[in-house]
Design a protein around this ligand. Structure first.
Ligand SMILES: Cc1cc2nc3c(=O)[nH]c(=O)nc-3n(C[C@H](O)[C@H](O)[C@H](O)COP(=O)(O)O)c2cc1C
Length: 186
């Protein structure tokens, strides 16, 4: 699949059906992430793949209201990192930027593999840390649901891609444009 196609195909679907997530799939997703660029090649990203039904059941309790669709995930990835794993240049901390780049690659590779992925911020960091025994100093940046897009279930929002900002509000050329700071509704 061309990158262009994977970018177009990837969607944060909520209607999921089960799919087997074997060790090979996990390795492949982690590999796609690890090929991402990072400041000084620091590779600050770490991933905890939650795959057993027992652990997936436990993690349910950390998912915020409104994100119950995530209970149908076949796997949930906890994305974690720490400030000191990556470049700090004055007030610029690169660990979250670089981890985001890695996750972006992982999501596209998952799309290519026919998997549905959906990142969320709506969860309890405190509970996730406790449930997965993550030491206090780590940041839990996001959870990512992995499953298969359901052919039967219908969930509102899945039918079309949420609208994107018009390009004039996304980039400018040669200098800053006031349009970049315009508060636009999408
Ligand atoms: C950091 C982050 C946090 C998100 N949090 C949630 C969330 O808590 N619940 C949810 O349903 N979707 C969440 N999303 C998914 C976005 O709503 C979704 O990516 C956006 O609407 C664009 O839709 P698309 O991914 O299908 O193109 C999150 C996405 C990101 C990247």
């Amino acid at each position: 699949m061309k990158v262009e196609k994977a970018i177009e195909k990837r969607r944060s679907y909520r209607a999921l059906e089960p799919v087997e997530i074997n060790d090979e799939i996990i390795r492949e997703l982690a590999k796609a992430a690890s090929f991402a660029p990072s400041c000084y090649n620091n590779q600050p990203w770490k991933f905890i793949f939650i795959r057993s039904s027992e652990k997936l059941d436990v993690v349910r309790d950390a998912i915020s209201k409104g994100n119950e669709w995530m209970f149908d995930s076949s796997c949930i990835i906890a994305v974690i990192s720490k400030k000191d794993l990556d470049c700090v240049i004055r007030d610029r901390y690169y660990y979250q930027f670089d981890t985001g780049l890695a996750v972006g690659q992982m999501l596209l590779r998952a799309t290519e593999m026919g998997l549905a992925t959906h990142a969320i911020a709506g969860f309890s960091v405190r509970k996730i840390k406790k449930m997965l025994s993550i030491p206090e100093e780590w940041d839990v940046i996001a959870l990512i649901s992995v499953g298969k897009k359901s052919r039967k279930k219908k969930v509102i929002g899945d039918e079309s891609r949420p609208e994107r900002l018009k390009m004039q509000y996304v980039f400018s050329i040669d200098e800053y444009s006031k349009k970049l700071s315009k508060k636009v509704k999408h």
